[in-house]
Ligand binder design. Structure first.
Ligand SMILES: [Zn+2]
Length: 317
């Protein structure tokens, strides 16, 4: 077994919305129930959740936006965006736990405490530097990339996103940054939020060629995913990242109530296994998996345990 840190706990589970919102507070439990049935949770090293400091948040987000989130959540009414992300009381604290925990996982891998890590209630890829979007308040993926670049001094970080939705909050924040190798396979934006992630979006300025967007049609299955996946490996091999982040949203599995892709959890297992092998070649093994979306509870269990199992079972170099 390869050493894998698994970060779960009540402060993370509490990131979610009430009143029948698809991003409920039962998502971590949906994963953990399945992980326990398979005995996987006992094979992972328990990671300790951590609340973000303001310095953590400000690595990616603006001061003005952090203040806005706190003020709106203290009021506890309305939305943080156009109508997807409710401003509920206490939610800013839960969002800070998600970010802090992803930072803790980054730091632990950089310190050599484990080879790989997973934060199931992470991967909030839609939030921008100054705005909430698509159930995402703070973008822990973006904070992780900035932490790796600014604090740990890495020169090349890879972000791979297999959530059904395009990772727009990460993409546009780093569109012109050649240090971030970005690869995203998602449902075509003509049919699904947020509507971005076209094949022509390959980065701007110095960063042209460091970004890969692959849009698949509704109904795309494992065969379509595996064909697209070859191009993800090619761009990562070409740029030799020193750290790999996988956003493994479970909403690309068939049957999700919000999307129209039709993978099985074998796609998620494949991505985690192949990225672990890529990381062995280029990144001293370092892979951080962040859960992301997923609104069918059985699919959450299946896809994220498939990822955890692959992280645990793929040999380290
Ligand atoms: Zn999604």
């Amino acid at each position: 077994m390869t050493p894998v840190l698994l970060y779960t706990g009540d402060p993370l589970a509490s990131y979610g919305f009430g009143a029948g919102h698809p991003f409920g507070r039962d998502r971590q439990a949906a994963f953990m129930g399945q992980a326990r049935r398979q005995g996987l949770d006992a094979l992972a090293l328990p990671g300790t959740p951590q609340r973000a400091t303001d310095d953590n948040l400000l690595l990616f987000h603006t001061r003005r936006y952090v203040d806005f989130v706190r003020a709106r959540c203290a009021e506890g009414t309305g939305f943080l965006d156009e109508g997807d992300t409710p401003a509920e009381r206490g939610l800013e604290e839960a969002a800070e736990w998600v970010v802090g925990t992803t930072v803790a996982a980054v730091d632990a891998l950089m310190a050599g405490d484990a080879i790989r890590a997973m934060v199931p209630i992470g991967g909030l890829h839609h939030a921008g530097r100054d705005h909430a979007s698509g159930f995402c308040i703070y973008n822990d993926c973006g904070v992780a990339i900035e932490r790796l670049r600014c604090h740990h001094g890495l020169e090349r970080v890879a972000y791979v996103d297999i959530d059904a939705h395009h990772g727009d909050g990460v993409f546009y924040a780093f569109e012109s940054d050649p240090a971030v190798i970005f690869a995203d396979i998602h449902e075509d934006g003509r049919f699904l939020f947020p509507g971005t992630g076209h094949a022509e979006e390959t980065g701007t300025g110095d960063a042209v060629g460091t970004k890969l967007n692959i849009a698949l049609p509704p109904g795309a299955d494992d065969a379509a995913f595996l064909e697209a996946w070859e191009r993800v490996e090619a761009i990562l091999d070409a740029h030799r990242p020193e750290f790999i982040i996988l956003q493994c949203g479970a909403d690309s599995v068939a049957g999700d109530p919000l999307t129209h892709l039709a993978y099985s959890s074998a796609a998620h297992a494949h991505a985690a296994r192949r990225l672990s092998e890529l990381a062995n070649r280029h990144a001293q093994g370092r892979v951080l998996a962040l859960g992301g979306g997923g609104y069918d509870r059985a699919n959450i269990g299946a896809a994220w345990t498939a990822v955890l199992q692959a992280l645990l079972e793929t040999p380290q170099a």
